[in-house]
Design a protein. Structure first.
Lengths: 308, 255
């Protein structure tokens, strides 16, 4: 279990993490979400003991990781896959990490096989792609078969097969009782991987809950309706409390009513309906809604296109 | 937890082995160690070829000891490499994520620098003296107790240079900066201190290892120089000061 209590980190001119308190439970995959500069990596680094908190504390299985005597069995961490000496081979890098905790070379070879890096293990890390470095970083985190796992952006640079593998891996580890804290900017991936998410912005906790609860509380579901008599249907739906918006093509977006209620109402008024599609909000919608006021580096509205 | 990790845990011996694997896994390590052994021999060969006149203990010593500067340079680079192989690309993140007790890592690196330093230093110091003796045709008569003491002191200075270089590199976390700091401390700071019109500062300047070690290279005392025993003690103190500074900085600084 990973516990963070009142964790605060002030750099010279900036409060990077501000009185953050949360708990990451075993047996679940917990996502740590936040915009760029929200303090996710600093929080993870403080949990691992790489950065000193200005105030507060982080504990792993009840103890300060900096005094842990069995670190690799307690916590596996992937914080920066490029933080390796590029002149060493992948296997030497892992052997050195394993040796520090008394883990045998045979286990290093097993983890290399598990991460699909056996063939590349004897090549220098300088020849690796970002995805391969990511796999070596994940291998390093798994070496001690840890009870807790912290992965910062683990799917960066991975191909679809690699992304799928990471998802399956963390889901499997959580099912065996491992505590998994994972950060990612890929909301669709996170919604498939995480059971629970912690959303932070400007170093502060914004929301902590299950993925379903976060989506339902931060977004509104709607029903898309297409009919040949949209004006009549809109009136009928408003009469029973529906909130109806009409699109330019005449289709309706209805909030406040279920698709069953809309279908029944249309049938009762003899209005044919050609399409009736319930729409629920996504984790990305919820994230954008929750962090709208906490963007450290906001993009210009409508600046999605590139000027040619 | 499986059998793989049931007995896992950090011990100083395991961290030392980890650091040794890291160092052995770099090609530059083997180039440096090879150069540290070969360069002093080559320097001695060149120096011996220029020698003429009477052959005695002093002349054999004068032929062998110029190679010590090559050993010092290469051992400083080895010491720096042990530290910066982790520091320059932030690989220290991984090191401290698996060994969060940073003092254990620092101690392992120091032990590695000391062991490599003392082995290379003793080997090269005694081999180059023997080579100079052989090339000048002096015979075994030059291996006096004074010579053995001087060679041991030179080897100790070279080892301290490796340890100080490691400590400096742990503090500055850059190869170029560490090399600059070490040689600046060894050879430039004593010159600056000599110009300060304060006796205490002048004396401190003489104890800095680069200046203090000069007494080890001469078999006869030079007036105004430090006593070799004082030079040894101050070298130990300077080395300890660098080690303590590195330990404190690494322990308290963000990675």
């Amino acid at each position: 279990m990973i516990e963070v209590a009142g964790l605060t980190r002030r750099f010279t001119d900036k409060l990077a993490v501000d009185d953050l308190t949360f708990r990451v439970e075993p047996g679940q995959v917990t996502g740590l979400l936040g915009p760029n500069g929200a303090g996710k990596s600093t929080t993870m680094r403080m949990i691992v003991g790489l950065d000193r908190p200005t105030a507060g504390a982080a504990r792993i299985d009840g103890e300060d990781f900096r005094t842990c005597s069995t670190p690799m069995a307690t916590l596996g961490a992937l914080l920066d896959p490029t933080a390796v000496h590029r002149g060493r081979t992948g296997r030497t890098h892992l052997r050195a990490l394993a040796a520090s905790n008394g883990i045998r070379d045979q286990h290093v070879d097993r983890v290399l096989e598990m991460t699909g890096m056996t063939d590349a293990a004897h090549h220098r890390i300088s020849t690796y792609s970002l995805g391969m470095q990511q796999r070596i970083g994940i291998a390093a985190a798994l070496l001690g078969e840890p009870r807790n796992l912290i992965l910062d952006e683990p799917v960066n640079g991975l191909d679809p097969d690699g992304v799928h593998w990471v998802r399956q891996l963390v889901r499997h580890l959580a099912s065996t009782g491992c505590t998994v804290l994972i950060s990612s900017h890929l909301m669709s991936e996170m919604s498939l991987t995480a059971d629970r998410v912690i959303v932070i912005g400007r170093g502060r906790l914004i929301r902590d809950g299950s993925v379903a609860d976060i989506i339902s509380s931060a977004t509104r579901s709607s029903v898309f309706v297409r009919s040949l008599r949209p004006a009549e249907l809109a009136i009928a739906l408003r009469e029973i409390g529906g909130e109806v918006d009409t699109d330019a093509d005449g289709s309706l977006v209805v909030r406040g009513l279920t698709s069953d209620a809309i279908g029944d109402r249309a049938f009762a008024h003899g209005i044919p309906v050609h399409e009736l599609v319930p729409r629920t909000g996504s984790l990305e919608d919820a994230f954008l809604e929750l962090t709208a006021d906490a963007q450290e580096y906001p993009s210009e509205a409508g600046a999605g296109g590139v000027e040619r | 937890m499986t059998a793989t990790t049931r007995d896992s845990g950090v011990t100083p011996a395991r961290v030392l082995r980890s650091e040794a694997i890291k160092l052995a896994g770099l090609r530059s390590t083997w180039w440096l160690l090879g150069a540290a052994v070969i360069a002093p021999v080559l320097v001695t060969l060149v120096w011996a070829s220029t020698q003429s006149g009477t052959v005695d203990t002093e002349s054999v010593m004068a032929t062998a000891t110029p190679s010590s500067f090559a050993t010092v340079i290469l051992l400083v680079l080895v010491g720096v490499l042990i530290a910066t192989a982790d520091a320059e690309n932030h690989a220290m993140i991984q090191t401290f994520a698996v060994v969060p007790r940073r003092s254990v890592v620092v101690a392992a690196k120091l032990a590695l620098a000391f062991v490599i330093g003392i082995v290379i230093a003793i080997l090269t110091t005694f081999v180059t003296f023997g080579l100079a003796d052989l090339l000048l045709g002096g015979g075994l008569g030059v291996w006096t107790p004074d010579v053995l003491r001087a060679l041991a002191e030179i080897a100790f200075f070279e080892t301290c240079a490796a340890v100080i270089a490691l400590s400096a590199a742990l503090i500055v976390r850059s190869t170029i900066a560490a090399v600059g700091v070490v040689f600046g401390f060894f050879y430039i700071v004593p010159i600056i201190f000599a110009f300060v019109p304060l006796d205490a500062v002048n004396v401190i300047g003489k104890t800095i290892p680069g200046a203090g070690s000069t007494v080890f290279y001469s078999l006869t005392p030079v007036p105004g120089d430090l006593d070799p025993t004082v030079a040894l003690i101050t070298m130990v103190l300077w080395t300890a000061a660098w080690v303590i500074a590195a330990g404190v900085v690494v322990r308290h600084r963000d990675v």
